[in-house]
Write a protein that binds this ligand. Sequence first.
Ligand code: NDP
Length: 278
Amino acid sequence: MSLNIHDTVQLNSGRQMPMLGFGTWKLKDGPVVRDAVAAAFAAGYRHIDTAAAYENEHGVGQAIRQSHLPRADIFLTTKVFNDDIRKGPAAVQKAFEKSLGLLGVDYIDLYLLHWPIIGKDLEAWRVLERLYHEGKVRSIGVSNYLPHHLDALIAHAEITPMVNQVEFHPYLLQPGLADACRKHGIVREAWSPLMQGKITEVPEIVEIARQHGKTPAQIVLHWDLQHRVVTIPRSSNPKRIVENAGLYDFELTPGDIAILDQLDRKQRFGPDPDNFDF
Ligand code: NDP
C-alpha cells in the first residue's frame, strides 16, 4: 500500500480530508500552540484539529495566518462543546461564530459535535446541517458517538454525519463501531492515536518498530493509515512533530498488522461516551 503525506479520504460532502492531521488538545493558547502548529505546517501537515473546549483557537488561527499557506491548502477542524449543545441551537450558532472569529477564517472544513448529548444533539445537528448548506462549514460530523448514538441521530437527521472522531489505538479498536461507521459511509478519525504517549510501553509495538528501524509512534500511526482511519497525533516537541509525519517510507507486513490488531483490550485513556459528566 503506497501512502504519502498528501493522502486524503473523500467525505460524503465530496471534500477531501487529509489522512494525517495534527492534534492540539492541551497545547496552550499563544506561543505554545502557535509554534507547534507552525512546526506541523513546516513538516508537511495540512490538517489541524482543534475545538472550542481546547481554548486555543486564537493561537491556531495565528499560526494559519503566519504560515501564508493558501486557505484552500489547509483542512481545519473545530468542535462545538457540550455546554453549548445543552443550551440549544442559538448557543450552538453563537459558539460557531465565536470559533470562526477566534480562528480568523471565513469557513471551517469540518465542524463536529464534540460529545453525544442525548436529547439535545438533534437540534444542535440541525444547526450544523444549516451551516453546511450555507457553505460556512464544508463538512459536518460527530465525535465520541457509539453505534447507538449514531443510530438515534441518523434516524432523524437530514444529513448523515460524515466523520466520527473517536478514541482509537491498539488497545481500543471498537470493531462494532467500525462496522456502524462503514454501514453509514462515515469516515473514522482516531483521537489519542498514540495512547497519550503510552505506545512506547507496549513491547509488541516496540519490537515491530525495532524490526523496521522506525519508532513506536510511526508504527502505530502507519497502522491507522493502513486501516484507513484518519489520525491526528499531538506533540509539543518539534522533533516528534517531524517524526510523527515520517510514515511513508516503509510498509507494515500482514503479520505486523495482525499483531497490532490483537492488542485490543477495550481500554480507554479518555472518558466512556456512555458515561461522562462534563
Ligand atoms: P496522542 O495520543 O496524540 O498523544 C500525545 C502525547 O504523546 C503527548 O504527551 C506527546 O508528548 C506524546 N508523543 C507525541 N509524539 C510522540 C512520539 N513520537 N513518541 C512518544 N510520545 C509522543 O494524544 P491526544 O489525546 O492529544 O490525541 C490527539 C488529538 O486528538 C488531540 O490533540 C485532539 O486534537 C484530539 N482529541 C479529541 C478528543 C475528542 O473528544 N474528540 C479527545 C482527545 C483528543 P510531547 O508533546 O512531549 O511530544
